[in-house]
Design a protein around this ligand. Sequence first.
Ligand SMILES: [Zn+2]
Ligand SMILES: [Zn+2]
Length: 155
Amino acid sequence: MSANKIDSEREYECHKCWVKLDKKEVETFGPNVIIDVCPKCNGIWLDKNELGKLLKDKKLDKYLTKHIGTKSRSPMVCPRCGMTMDIEKAEDIEVDVCLNCGGVWLDKGELEKLKEKSEEGFKGDELAKFEELEEERLYKSKNSALNKFFRKFTR
Ligand SMILES: [Zn+2]
Ligand SMILES: [Zn+2]
């Protein structure tokens, strides 16, 4: 057992079925992407950036995985890092995104739905993102205020 296992060799478990996810190689125009698929419910786990590679749509990928706020609205725990996840929406499609590592959980059929959205030219909803951007801004300013506060004492 080597200690520096690379990510693609890692094994994840489905949070619903508690079975190991199967590795599946998906052909893309670039290097193939290896995704993790649940053999029972057909849910898909995607590490950060893999969604963008599969969709070939940076905008939609960014929309779902960047600036996702700080609050967890998902009951799911990240199979990769064990941190809390948030629900992100592209219109009627809801996906779970890890607040820490940026991994994405897609239920069965959601990848296809996202592809359709992308082909239709999904633009994103800035208004829906506003609240999460605010959350991040507040969180960051609170942290920097705290840092200043601690610096005073550690000087
Ligand atoms: Zn499953
Ligand atoms: Zn994670």
